[in-house]
Every structure is written in structure tokens, then in C-alpha cells.
Write a protein that binds this ligand. Structure first.
Ligand code: MN
Length: 236
């Protein structure tokens, strides 16, 4: 993490993109419909009129299905890829791989990243809302690898924690509170919170390839229902 970036003379100067440099370097914005990097102008502080911080969870069928969990911090969306999606059960620890910070414009993105591009596949806005740090100094909590927070989304609510295990690997865990439950929200609430669409409907509308459309449709079927014993009884 503290290693100096290697000089790559063929790459354009990324310095002005700051914390979005990695986001920019991984994508071709003349090909992907994802938003180009743009740092939010104002960093929100306690003094800001509306100090609400945004969070979003995007269901993303790329190489593998995962849920991108993003928290606004200092003008960007800090991001973790959660393969199994967030679980409101405090007994369940979900692996969350930290990925590159995304621009705040990304919170509006629902569509299809073309085949062959970075993260190629269908993206759904699975949940969104606001978050409140429960750690007094977010920067320090992130550096320590122990960030406590509250979520006020349509699906995810209450107190949670992200704990770093090593490197970019973290665990996302629900705290015990009134919003803890054993419900599998990825199965019971599978649709987009902005368009009410399934992943397959998003893929179809955005002109996905036949392969992407098939993968999106398969990702709409809950994991348990997709088990061999249940394949004849797929949800209609
Ligand atoms: Mn992703």
C-alpha cells in the first residue's frame, strides 16, 4: 500500500483525479456507460447544512455475482465488494473486499457495462440511503480497520461494523439491535429500489449481450432456489 507507483510513461497524468485515479485508470469512458470520475466539490462536515452521508449497495453480475457496498467519505464513495451480499443476522460475517473508491455520481448508475470492459455485466441499485458514523473519527477508524456505523436505507437499517482482517479483506457484520434479523434480504427483496426492476429487466433494457442477459436472469434466482434439487421449481 505504501509502495511507490511504478512510472508508466504511456499512462496519462492521473494526479488531478486524486482518490479516483484508480477508478479512472481501470475504465474507458468512451465505451462504458459508467460515470467519468468527478470529485464532489464540497466535502461534507458537521457545519454543512445537510451533513447526511450517502450509501448505496449495487448488485453487480460481473465475472461473479457480488454486492458493491459504498459509503460516502470526503467526496468519494469508499467501496467494498461483498460476494454474498449484506446479512442482517449478527451471527453472519460477510466477506467484503475493499475496491477502488468510486465517484458519487456512481450512486445513480443502474445498467450494463459492456462485455470485455472492467466489471462487464449488469448493475442494479439494490439499496440506498444515508449513513451515520458511530466511530468519532472516520479516517482513524478506517486506518485502524474498525468502522462502526448506522445505515438508514430502504432495506438495510441499524448498526453495522466493517472490520479489516488483512490487506483489502474486511468483514461486514450486523450489530445486535432492533433491525437484526435472520431474513435473507438478497432473496426476499431482490429488486432495484429505484426502478423496481429485476437484474434481467435492467439487462434487457440496456441492450445486454445474450450471455449477459442469461447471467443476469440466473442472478435473479435466489441461491437456495438455484440448488440442484430445486431447479425444476424456479420462481416465475
Ligand atoms: Mn462490482
Amino acid at each position: 500500500m505504501s509502495t511507490k507507483p511504478r512510472r508508466e510513461p504511456s499512462l496519462p497524468d492521473l494526479s488531478r483525479y486524486g482518490r479516483l485515479a484508480e477508478y479512472r485508470a481501470k475504465r474507458r469512458f468512451d465505451v462504458t456507460p459508467e460515470p467519468p470520475p468527478r470529485l464532489a466539490r464540497a466535502v461534507k462536515t458537521a457545519a454543512t447544512a445537510s451533513p447526511k452521508l450517502e450509501f448505496v449497495v449495487q448488485k453487480h453480475r460481473a465475472g461473479h455475482l457480488h454486492y458493491d457496498f459504498r459509503l460516502e467519505h470526503e467526496g468519494v464513495m469508499l467501496s467494498w465488494a461483498v460476494p454474498k451480499g449484506p446479512a442482517p443476522d449478527p451471527a453472519v460475517k460477510r466477506l467484503a473486499m475493499q475496491t477502488e473508491p468510486h465517484p458519487m455520481d456512481y450512486n445513480q448508475f443502474e445498467g450494463v457495462i459492456p462485455e470485455g470492459e472492467y466489471g462487464g455485466g449488469t448493475v442494479m441499485i439494490w439499496d440506498r440511503g444515508t449513513w451515520t458514523p458511530e466511530s468519532s473519527d472516520v479516517g482513524r477508524a478506517l486506518a485502524k480497520g474498525d468502522l462502526k456505523f448506522r445505515l438508514d436505507g430502504r432495506k438495510l437499517k441499524g448498526s453495522w461494523v466493517l472490520v479489516r482482517t488483512h490487506g483489502r479483506q474486511w468483514l461486514l457484520i450486523k450489530h445486535r439491535d432492533a433491525h437484526a434479523s435472520s431474513e435473507d434480504l438478497t432473496a426476499t427483496k431482490p429488486r432495484s429500489v429505484v426502478s423496481r426492476r429485476t437484474l434481467a429487466a435492467i439487462a434487457r433494457a440496456a441492450g445486454a449481450s445474450p450471455r449477459q442477459l442469461e447471467q443476469a436472469a440466473a442472478a435473479d434466482v435466489p441461491r437456495d432456489a438455484a440448488a440442484p434439487a430445486a431447479t425444476q421449481h424456479r420462481a416465475r
